[in-house]
Design a binder for this molecule. Structure first.
Ligand code: TEU
Ligand code: CA
Length: 571
């Protein structure tokens, strides 16, 4: 299971690197940066969608699964990127978006042609109720009703996301056949796996019951972990996944540990791992009328409780994905760390230490390895994400919140924060494009960029490079059992990874800008021959842990220590 030792790097192609000056990242841009990614040391690239799409949801609205969006280049460009990646020992995982298509997909064009079209029930159609209203009060993730009226055929169709993303009807075996054929087509091209978009939503519950009450007279779409979900995944595994050596990760909103075990227990032959969202959904200790937008940030003790529960929960029963960033989340150094210039590098390295020594497959989102921060957009015209724009309209117009309040929400947790262009160097537009970028570059690119970091041993880049090297050289970092330490310490998150023998790694992360009393476990460890694996200060802490200090300590067989210490000396 190669994916257990792998480190995955997520690329958001439209913001990664533009090779032809049209202001949009593209496939040839990715190919031009494969040596950078090889140098970082990552094993797998997960590409957000590059298929044919009108771009209503930046490519998560696919109109042809077997064609490349010309904005990103051609299928030849894709094939070249794939073979260039493979020649460097880097695998490519594609984003599989099969809960819905674009409304411009040929299937939907047929489905809307007439009620008796053979592909009518590739999608989810329902009659209006006696008053002409939608069949239930489900909310679309991007605002408004999850039902769109289709005048020509006189029914509503379901769209859990934008009205241009109609949900597919997975209960239709012919639809499943077409999806599985398409997946096999990509596997035959030589890709190495799939990240499966909102895969926990593909089986809708009978009767489509309303969920939790939400603002504006809507309810939560009660459609995660539906009745046939696991049978559809077992069918997918049997008919496609099991025939290739793939890595599969399911994006599973609504999945708790018990569902995650059902998805990832190898004996069940479904998926290798899942993305769960408990740790990136904000504090559960406070109420929030608008969910992620006005939910307070999670404190370290809350984050520690969630992450530890998942580490213990999947031990010997499944496999964790490890992430704090992606294209839907704010930048972790701004959300969980401290992006003030004085603390940004320190806290970015601390967060990376906390995440990468855990058990599971780590995911690095483009720019995270540089300590890129949230954007600082001050006007709604700078925003591009449909979720941001439709939420802005809903909250200012329907909920009458002030522009200042709503802009504050977008600046804190809007998805655009992660979608500003990758910052390559301090030339105009951060070296992302020679043209006009589709979204503003973060002005701090002059201080935060790859060129200024790849040769700097104190950079965030260098630190990630080292964490990845350690994961590739320390089996206990992959297989060791997780055990929480200092459970009641409200500044330091500490845990241990225990190997079969005497080998162990101790991790200590001060999540605050205040010094913290030095845990005695650190002095004890060095007292019995431990060695420093990595840390974000040049020397060991004396008497206290410094602001945002991170330290990983290795205790193991004597021989290994010498190797480790020699390694340290030779660095
Ligand atoms: O995201 C699914 C999802 O749950 C997101 O809506 C996310 O939780 C939310 O935006 C947080 O505010 C996937 C893709 O990652 C996302 O980019 C797509 O917009 C969405 O599915 C629809 O395909
Ligand atoms: Ca381009």
């Amino acid at each position: 299971m190669w994916w257990k030792n792998a480190v995955v790097y997520q690329i958001y192609p439209r913001s990664f690197c533009d090779s032809n000056g049209d202001g949009m990242g593209d496939l040839n841009g990715i190919t031009s940066k494969l040596d950078y990614l090889k140098n970082l040391g990552v094993d797998v690239l997960w590409l957000s969608p590059v298929y044919q799409s009108p771009g209503d949801d930046n490519g998560y609205d696919i109109s042809d699964y077997r064609a490349i969006n010309p904005e990103f280049g051609t299928m030849e460009d894709f094939d070249r990127m794939l073979s260039e990646a493979h020649s460097r020992g880097i695998r490519i995982v594609m984003d599989l978006v099969v809960n819905h298509t674009s409304d411009e997909h040929a299937w939907f064009c047929e489905s809307t042609a007439s009620r008796d079209n053979p592909r009518r029930d590739y999608y989810i159609w329902r009659d209006a109720d006696k008053d002409g209203n939608p069949p239930n009060r489900w909310w679309s993730a991007f605002g408004g009703s999850a039902w769109e009226w289709h005048e020509k055929t006189g029914q509503y169709y379901l769209h859990l996301f934008s009205r241009k993303q109609p949900d597919l009807n997975w209960d239709n075996p012919r639809l499943r056949d077409e999806i599985f054929d398409m997946m096999a087509w990509w596997c035959e091209k030589g890709i190495d796996g799939f990240r499966m978009d909102v895969i926990s939503m593909i089986s809708k519950p009978d009767g489509l019951p309303d969920g939790r009450e939400l603002p504006g007279g809507f309810t939560e779409p009660a459609c995660c972990n539906g009745p046939h979900l696991h049978s559809y995944l077992r069918e997918m595994n049997e008919r496609v996944l099991s025939r290739y050596s793939l890595m599969t990760v399911g994006e599973c909103p609504g999945a708790g540990i018990e569902e995650a075990v059902l998805f990832t227990n190898p004996a069940r032959k479904e998926l290798n791992m899942v993305f769960q969202f408990e740790h990136v959904s904000g504090s559960r200790k406070a109420s929030a009328r608008y969910d992620k937008w006005d939910r307070p940030a999670m404190s370290m003790p809350e984050l520690r409780e969630v992450l530890s529960r998942w580490q213990y929960g999947l031990e010997k029963r499944g496999w964790n994905s490890l992430f704090l960033n992606n294209h839907d989340q704010p930048r972790c150094v701004s959300r969980f760390g401290n992006d003030a210039p004085r603390y940004r590098t320190l806290s970015a390295k601390m967060l990376a230490t906390c995440l990468h020594f855990m058990k599971g497959t780590p995911y690095i989102y483009q720019g995270e390895e540089l300590g890129m921060t949230n954007a600082c957009m001050t006007d709604i015209s700078q925003y591009r994400d449909i979720e941001s724009l439709q939420t802005y309209d809903f909250l200012t117009k329907q909920e009458s919140l002030s522009e200042e309040t709503v802009m504050g929400y977008l600046q804190a947790v809007g998805r655009d924060n992660a979608r500003t262009p990758m910052q390559w160097d301090d030339s105009p537009n951060a070296g992302f494009t020679s043209g006009h970028p589709w979204i503003d570059v973060n002005p701090n690119y002059t201080e935060i960029n790859a060129a200024s970091q790849i040769d700097d041993q104190n950079s965030v880049f260098f630190y990630y490079q080292e964490l990845i090297r350690l994961r590739h050289t320390l089996p206990v970092m992959v297989d060791g059992r997780y055990e929480l330490l200092l459970p009641d310490n409200d500044q330091i998150y500490s845990y241990m990874r225990a190997g079969n023998g005497t080998e162990k790694i101790l991790v200590f992360c001060n999540f605050t800008k205040d010094p913290a009393p030095l845990p005695m476990e650190i002095s004890e460890a060095f007292g019995c021959g431990a060695s420093r694996l990595i840390g974000n200060y040049p020397d060991l802490p004396q008497g206290k842990m410094r602001p945002y200090e991170a330290l990983a300590i290795y205790i193991g067989m004597k021989g290994n220590d010498d190797e480790i210490q020699n390694e340290q000396k030779n660095r």
